[in-house]
Design a protein around this ligand. Structure first.
Ligand code: CA
Length: 450
């Protein structure tokens, strides 16, 4: 258990805390970042524990019932990090696993101080003396919210205290999520590994998918590969959608048999060291695309490649969307799924019955990672270190009466993860095949070996 906390691995977490501590010191603000609370699944069974992303990024500590307190420089007292965590408890550890414990926390995690979590609310008022702001995210955990309010109320009731106390509660998200947009070397290394594992999962899924196999078998094979290769879990509920199921954007039932002549859309990514990968591929259940499937596939792929080609420093998130959107609408007009001109369709929004989502989101610890998409009222320009998805799609609902029946029930999305670099961009998930001819070749091999 303790091998998880090698002192040699604390440097990135320490550097991230240092960056936040500097901002906090400039504002005379403290930040309280609680660990996620375990969540009941049903009766006395819990969901598998997953740390809070902000807490994890600043500690690398995966136990529940903990909180990180970042304290600014106040007078002669240096800025510091205080971790509250569960003490060792032999009896409890027999039931629920080893704990790091208070004594070992400073060395293992590189925090300045460690204290028992039971002391948090009792000691917080003293620790916050001299701070004028408390950065804390309300609305996540009602019990913590109540304790924070009670703490500040208690401090307010001591008007003769010589030191200021926090008179404002400020959301931590702008501070922490802005930092999360820019991935450091350790984060990129985790994201590259998540991408490798995801590639292996998609390859395994492609090998076993065939007519008669159930979507859930494909899901299980994919996620088997994720776990076998060291992923924490899928980064989100895997979507394994055969045929018209792909027209349901967040289809997660994954329980229908695959049929020859249909496409299979798989949107699934591994989470490695709590960093997400997010990939979608669409390929024929049988050996070949039909003419209509191939026509729309080529439209989506063209749109995705066009959008990927403009990902670089200075491009805005909206420009990427507009680039993909125009290519999709051109294809829809070319194949007469939209009767009007490209510009008319873009102006009227008639394309929305085939493409109803945006093209990109931030990616990192959360699959839809934190961070502002808009700055000063305008779509934000990309900068080196940011990671986004590029994921155009086309979805022709099975009951879409405006198009010929041969187009109906086709759902296609192609999604990759892209890092913005100083010189341009790098597709982290480039190893996962997506050219239609390559996919048909792989399908032939897979079905031949059946
Ligand atoms: Ca996705």
């Amino acid at each position: 258990m303790l091998h998880r906390y090698e002192p040699s691995r604390t440097a990135p977490y320490r550097a991230r805390r240092q960056q936040i501590l500097e901002t906090l010191s400039a504002r005379q603000a403290a930040a309280l970042i609680p660990a996620a609370r375990p969540k009941a699944r049903n009766a006395d069974t819990e969901h598998r524990y997953r740390p809070d992303s902000d807490f994890w990024r600043l500690t690398g500590f995966g136990e529940p019932h903990a909180a990180l307190l970042l304290l600014p420089k106040v007078g002669e007292r240096a800025a510091r990090s205080v971790l509250f965590l569960r003490p060792r408890d032999r009896e409890q550890e027999i039931w629920s696993g080893l704990r790091l414990g208070v004594e070992r926390a400073c060395e293992a995690l590189g925090v300045d101080e460690a204290r028992p979590i039971e002391q948090l609310w009792k000691e917080l008022p003293t620790l916050l003396e001299g701070c004028t702001q408390l950065c804390y995210r309300t609305g996540v955990d009602a019990a913590n919210d109540a304790e924070v309010l009670a703490t500040l109320t208690r401090m307010r009731a001591k008007p003769r205290s010589p030191l200021p106390w926090p008179q404002e509660i400020v959301d931590t998200a702008p501070l922490l999520h802005e930092a999360r947009l820019f991935k450091d070397a350790a984060e990129l290394s985790a994201m590259r590994r998540a991408a490798e594992i995801t590639a292996a999962g998609h390859a395994a899924a492609l090998r076993i998918a065939r007519p008669g196999v159930n979507e859930r078998e494909v899901e299980a094979r994919l996620e088997y590969e994720f776990r076998r290769l060291g992923a924490d879990a899928p980064a989100y509920n895997s979507i394994v959608a055969g045929g018209a199921n792909a027209c349901v954007l967040h289809y997660v039932e994954n329980d229908a048999p695959l049929a020859d002549g249909e496409l299979l859309l798989i949107d699934a990514g591994a989470e490695f060291e709590h960093y997400a990968c997010d990939v979608t591929r669409t390929f024929p259940v049988g050996r070949r695309f039909s003419a209509e499937q191939r026509a729309l596939y080529d439209v989506v792929l063209r749109a995705q490649l066009a959008a990927l080609a403009i990902v670089r420093t200075g491009t805005t998130i909206d420009q990427i969307h507009q680039c993909a959107l125009r290519a999709l609408v051109e294809g829809l007009c070319e194949h007469k799924l939209l009767p009007e001109s490209v510009d008319e369709a873009l102006a009227s929004g008639s394309y929305k019955r085939f493409y109803m989502h945006r093209t990109s989101h931030w990616l990192g610890l959360d699959v839809h990672d934190g961070g502002a998409y808009v700055r000063d009222g305008a779509s934000r320009a990309l900068e080196p270190g940011m990671v986004i998805t590029v994921e155009p799609g086309l979805y022709v609902a099975p009951d879409e009466a405006s198009v010929e029946p041969r187009w109906r029930g086709i759902g296609i999305r192609i999604e990759d993860d892209v890092l913005v670099t100083a010189g341009g961009s790098e597709v982290l998930t480039a190893a996962i095949p997506k050219q239609a001819d390559a996919l048909e070749e792989l399908r032939r091999e897979a079905l031949h070996s059946a």
